[in-house]
Design a protein around this ligand. Structure first.
Ligand code: FAD
Length: 404
């Protein structure tokens, strides 16, 4: 179904209005549609934009199970790959952990987020799902009442109003759902004090593992995406723009931090994308305000050090779909009542492990070499030593690394 066909069947009233067509919004939209719930997705960006936005790549076993359960995993099984090894590179040498064989014994699946989003969107449209691109939610109103509404800016710039029984805020960190929370809503915020330069390189992976390099210059990371594209990260001076260094300098610095001289060269290629992001995180509590529910990045933002965000988004979408279906199809609101607490338990666990990973990968909590830097570096070495020598610690790591 095309976008113009969609707009001919436009109805500004439905049981559920879903804001945002990322992993959370699309999984939710598909599950609601499959359950026969009248719903619509409003997406600020264009279809081509959401299908090409490169972000996550590592999908946890539970995410894959959810996608399989609903017939949404064909693409990732056909084109994705399995990944179960990570490698820490330090001045003491290499520590390789076959985490896919440790703990619960499950690897990640690697499948670029934009490909997953493309698959989900195609599936949703094939089912006859309604989606409106270029439609920006501005504010959610009357969430306390029986008929909340969403005011939007439509593609032609005109305002419109969408009414529903429930609104699902899956519109990310800067979306309208967060902006519409009542004054009593709490946002717990934490800054890990570290900034990364995220890079997408047109080059095959350089190692058969997730690479985490711990170096005096700062952290560097390597993560496979596809056979031709690899993600790299460099710990970066906060406030420095992404284009401050030429490509040659970036590759040279990646070589230094990844210790290419000792462990083999990196496969260089054109840098397709650069982005700077501070490793900050937050949690909104509760995730329900009347008839407005938050899921995915709108509910909680995680630093990408442990690759949890997209996985939580899919998990929360499934929980919310079940709860909304129970409420709308059967009049049973227990799932909606428990939604926030259920999700928050997963979110805080993921935040805890992400914080642990962030401290493992960065010796100094911030760009400044402060008086505590020796102390933090010693703690970091001790954490790695424990991971190197303790099987129990390795199992704990594997369980948390692949879990949500
Ligand atoms: P999003 O994907 O952000 O989707 C929200 C949608 O809402 C967007 O399409 C947006 O256009 C739309 N929107 C926004 N505002 C409005 C509005 N006002 N009205 C209507 N629509 C709106 N996670 C992992 O699990 N594994 C990884 O390996 C991983 N790697 C990452 C690497 C990077 C560089 C980054 C930046 C993130 C990474 N993440 C990873 C995190 C992951 O990408 C996010 O957690 C995930 O995209 C969250 O999905 P979502 O559906 O909640 O939000």
């Amino acid at each position: 179904m095309t976008e113009s066909q969609n707009s001919r069947t436009l109805s500004n009233s439905s049981d559920v209005v879903v804001l945002g067509a990322g992993p959370a919004g699309l999984v939710l939209g598909i599950l609601l549609h499959t359950a026969g719930i009248d719903s619509v997705i409003l997406e600020r960006a264009s279809r081509s934009h959401v299908q090409t936005r490169a972000r996550a790549g590592f999908l946890a076993p539970n995410t894959v199970r959810i996608l399989e359960r609903h017939g949404l995993a064909d693409g990732l099984h056909r084109h994705g790959s399995r990944h179960g090894t990570c490698e820490f590179r330090t001045e003491d040498g290499r520590l390789r952990l076959d985490y896919g064989a440790l703990g619960p014994g499950e690897p990640h699946h690697v499948y670029p987020q934009q490909k997953l989003v493309t698959d989900l969107l195609a599936h949703y449209l094939d089912l006859g799902g309604r989606i409106h691109f270029g439609t920006e939610a501005l504010v959610v109103q009357d969430a306390d009442g029986a008929r909340p509404s969403v005011t939007t800016r439509e593609p032609d710039g005109s305002p419109a109003r969408w009414t529903a029984r429930y609104v699902a805020g899956c519109d990310g960190r800067y979306g309208a759902a967060r902006r519409s929370l009542p004054p009593g809503a709490v946002r717990h915020h934490h800054d890990h004090g570290v900034t990364w330069l995220g890079l997408l390189a047109e080059s095959p992976p350089s190692l058969d593992a997730v690479g985490y390099a711990i170096h005096d210059h700062g952290f560097a990371g390597h993560m496979a995406r596809t056979a031709d594209v690899t993600r790299y990260y460099l710990q970066w001076q906060r406030g420095t723009p992404a284009d401050a260094w030429p490509e040659q300098r970036i590759w040279d610095e990646l070589d230094v931090r990844m210790r290419a001289e000792d462990h083999g060269p990196l496969r260089r290629g054109r840098l397709l994308e650069r982005g700077v992001f501070d490793l900050t995180c937050d949690v909104i509590e509760p995730l329900r305000h009347g008839s407005l529910f938050l899921a995915g990045d709108a509910a909680s933002l995680l630093a990408p050090a442990a690759a949890k965000g997209a996985n939580l988004a899919v998990l929360e979408a499934e929980l919310l779909a079940e709860a909304l279906t129970d409420a709308l199809a059967r009049g049973d609101t227990a799932g909606l009542d428990g939604y926030s607490d259920r999700c928050l338990a997963h979110i805080w666990r993921a935040q805890e492990f992400t914080g642990w990973m962030t401290r493992l990968l960065h010796a100094v909590p911030g760009p400044e070499q402060d008086a505590g830097s020796f102390f933090h570096a010693a703690l970091q070495r001790s954490r790695l030593a424990s991971l190197r020598t303790s099987r129990i610690h390795q199992d704990w790591f594997a369980e948390n690394y692949v879990g949500v």
